[in-house]
Design a protein around this ligand. Sequence first.
Ligand code: ZN
Length: 196
Amino acid sequence: MSELDVVEPEQEQEHPDELDPEVKARRDAALAHVRKLGDPVLRAKALRVERFDDLLQDEVQRMGALMDDALGVGLAATQVGVLHRLLVYRTDSEASLVALANPVIEWASEETEAADEGCLSLPGVHLEVTRPARVRVSAQDPAGEPVEIEAEGLEARVIQHEVDHLDGILILDRVSKEQRKQAMRELRQALSGRDA
Ligand code: ZN
């Protein structure tokens, strides 16, 4: 199972108390900064990054730290209320943070893959989402230099999930009506109870 914004869904879903208390406290604090479903910013289309200055570097660092604390593998700027076409991800805990500004999916494979995805903006929700298995993405790095990435597997999925966020699209929009209804029930439970 590959997961998106949320990296340890099983622990979170079935054994919420088994996270180390310090890790959990950090995670809860980070999640408090992430916009949740119902916040209109999640439905807005983010604007191009035009200035590659110190403020942008700070934004990338802040998003990376928040993503790590939240135990996520990806985060889009819109999820922290910034309408910038900027996303960060790290699909391998050993790897360094990848930050992409103005990402454009230039090519997607016809071959698709279905896998479970979670989202930091939809606590408690996990949905099976079908997406192209491979993508080629052009973007700019935080210094404004052009980059091109060919991705497959989890990396391809994370990039597509986060680019969707920049266009105001959520995983709820990528599944059937029945799956969406079930997800909304789970979301209400997660937001009303348990951890709150
Ligand atoms: Zn998400």
